[in-house]
Design a protein around this ligand. Structure first.
Ligand SMILES: O=c1[nH]cnc2c1ncn2[C@@H]1O[C@H](CO)[C@@H](O)[C@H]1O
Ligand SMILES: [Zn+2]
Length: 333
């Protein structure tokens, strides 16, 4: 259902939520890390989700297997590089990869700043090798609290020019946006764009806070906006994009019925919605799968999906000239 004649773009993909089970197995062997699995297939069963989990936090636990094998900087580099290989295999024209360097560094006590450097290098080498354009979004993992997030931010700011935006992810209900006010001020001062996970595990207030307090110009998930007409109007008028990830929403039990996913009404109300994968390695999906779900289950027709593909280019954290370049390249392909 993706039109490969139009730009193929994923704006919401966690590179640390997209670690291949085979790589998890490999790295565990290489570094003598014990896993409750005897081979790569058993790692898939352990670290991937095929139906649904009880809630967001149960879903996020699945990502822990992948980061538990990041024993050194080469492992971080490899994961970043393989994300570009995956992007190429999916025929993406452009991908925004987000990552939480503290989360990646934590198990083996790596330097946060060195993890950022390794990820940047893996992504740049992957871009050159596979010919896919990518940008990086830094994540503050709110689950670890405001002080740890300041350390995480410091590591990201050390590579300010290699990063285009800042995100806040993790336990939304337990760690609300106002706790991170000063972090996002520093990010805006650094010239970064802002996207925030909001309205996934908390209500529409959380989305308002992401916009008004943190300065978000895009919202990850944003499903809770469905109950707030004033917010819906605000999102449409101000062209604040919603990064929808339907399979992730199903697996986290954010929504119980994908057929009634609010991205339908967001779209109908003129909000710039996009389709994205979130954590494809954990969800065992790719971008094409999400377009198929949007068509077969949510009921978008081909023309509407084409508009969603164009929304992604519009909403990308890219300068106009680079957006035009992608557009031009597609039209002459
Ligand atoms: O769907 C999600 N909602 C909220 N946070 C998420 C989601 N997927 C991953 N992370 C969080 O992002 C960081 C790793 O990139 C981790 O903090 C992980 O918990
Ligand atoms: Zn996410």
């Amino acid at each position: 259902m993706i039109d490969y004649g139009l730009p193929v773009i994923d704006l919401h993909r966690h590179l640390d939520g997209n670690i291949r089970p085979s790589t998890i197995w490999d790295l565990a062997q290489q570094h003598h890390i014990a896993l409750p699995a005897n081979n790569a297939e058993e790692v898939s069963a352990l670290a991937q989700i095929h139906d649904r989990t009880s809630d967001l936090l149960a879903f996020l636990k699945k990502l822990d297997y992948g980061v538990s094998v990041l024993a050194d900087l080469d492992a971080c580099y490899r994961v970043a590089y393989e994300n570009l290989q995956d992007a190429k295999a999916e025929q993406l024209d452009y991908v925004e990869l987000r990552f939480s360097p503290y989360y990646m560094a934590k198990t083996h006590q790596l330097s946060v700043e060195a993890v950022v450097e390794a990820v940047v290098q893996g992504v740049r080498d992957g871009e050159a090798e596979f010919g896919v354009k990518a940008n990086l979004i830094g994540i503050l993992s709110r689950t670890f609290g405001a002080d740890v997030c300041q350390i995480e931010l410091q590591g990201l700011l050390a590579h300010k020019g290699e990063i285009v935006a800042l995100d806040l992810a993790g336990d939304e209900a337990g760690f609300p946006a106002p706790l991170f006010d000063r972090h996002f001020k520093q990010a805006r001062d650094a010239g970064w764009s802002i996207t925030v996970h909001a309205g996934e595990a908390a209500g529409s207030d959380s989305i308002w806070n992401a916009i008004k307090i943190l300065g978000a110009s895009r919202i990850g998930h944003g499903v809770a906006a469905k109950d707030d007409p004033e917010l819906l109007a605000y999102l449409a008028t101000n062209q604040i994009g919603i990064e929808s990830c339907p399979t992730s929403n199903y697996q986290t039990t954010t929504l119980v019925d994908t057929a009634r996913h609010p991205m339908r009404s967001f779209f109908d109300q003129g909000i710039a919605v996009t389709l994205n994968t979130d954590d494809p390695g954990v969800s065992a999906i790719d971008l094409a799968h999400e377009y198929k779900v949007a068509h077969d289950v949510i009921g978008f027709n081909k023309a509407e999906l084409a508009q969603i593909q164009l929304n992604a280019l519009e909403q990308a954290f890219l300068p106009e000239a680079e957006k035009n370049e992608i557009k031009k390249r597609k039209s002459t392909d």
